[in-house]
Design a protein around this ligand. Sequence first.
Ligand code: S3P
Length: 428
Amino acid sequence: MLGVFIKPVSGVAGEIRVPGDKSISHRAALLGGMAHGETHISNFLLGQDCLSTLRCLKQLGVAWERQGAEVWIKGEGMEAWQEPFDVLDAGNSGTTSRLMLGVLAGSPFAVTFTGDESLRSRPMRRVVDPLKQMGAQILGRQGGNLFPLTMSGGQLQGQTFRTAVASAQVKSAIILAGLRASGETRVEEPVLSRDHTERMLRGFGVEVLSHKTTVKVNGGGCLSGQDVSVPGDISSAAFFLVLGSLVGHGELILPNVGVNPTRTGILDVLKAMGADIELLDVVEICGEPRATLRVRAARLKGIEIGGDMIPRLIDEIPILAVAASLAEGETVIRDAAELRVKETDRIRTVAEGLTALGAKVEELPDGLRIQGQPTLRGGQASSLGDHRLAMAWAIAGMLSEEGIGVEDMGAADVSYPEFLTVIEKVAR
Ligand code: S3P
């Protein structure tokens, strides 16, 4: 057996404080660096992706200090950012690189971005084209589609964009560039993507107008440093919602999980499948709602999902596929072609990985068709360097008959470094 062996469990119990939300941690660091005055962030995610954002900020001359999950950023405004001495390495992080390209499009100097093998294969044209139209100069492999990319920023002109895909990274890059452009910048999405950037910008004192799937900002907005309390990441909680639902017995309590409606598709879909999940004590802090989630064992049935639901649970599809493989009947996931350009091609890697573990999965051009079975055999799986696959296979191992050896389980460090310790703690 290769990698970390995850053995089957019959029950779970306990309370899990999932780490800070990845999307919100990135934005808190970035907006803190763009603001004037000190920003204090609590419950910052110490995953590799968010550490990449902090590292790149330091290279751009933004001063910060960190103690555990608390970060203090000494913002001196975007004008104070300096040309970096070296290439900016965003590691595995699409959010670091795409959002920073947006901010830096208005800076009068050159930056070169690169990343790991996965990030160097992911499409950047979706942010490069709009930023070029606004006035930035960008050169890179495949006509500016692939990292490494070099951008020389400067005077930007506000524009209106209709994006082809619902992507919060693209929307955010354009809005952040729009803050430094002349006139108005408007983004219209086909379906609403996560709106953390809009919410947080308002918290930092910038006017952002949102109506349905359209967002508007005016250039020249000034951000002032804030206190940001990051909620727990619902994308990390999702692994325990599936484990708690499908394990033989027990209950898990997940306090302080972010429940922004643009992220709660996983709750809606698991509940529609028959899951016993309750939201307790919903409160809004720093513009982001959060709640305690309670999950108990239940019988799940298959479901069909697609359309507007997909952006609300795009990152949860690997673990949802594990749930579907143990639900009664068929699950069909459509309209999710975006999965092909995530950290791995998650349509192919999920279909192949789950099939090797004994599940019945068919790859569709834009999704998956999964025939649920009463049990999952188990065996051998690899994360292929994708954090969400690592954790999905670990949960599958706990729910399997024979357990699963997960190769490169360390990939989970990208968004949930304590994951293995936590699953050991709650297993009964
Ligand atoms: C994110 C947006 C989503 C998501 C990613 C984080 C963000 O990507 O999959 O994990 O923080 O804006 P896309 O914008 O490519 O859909």
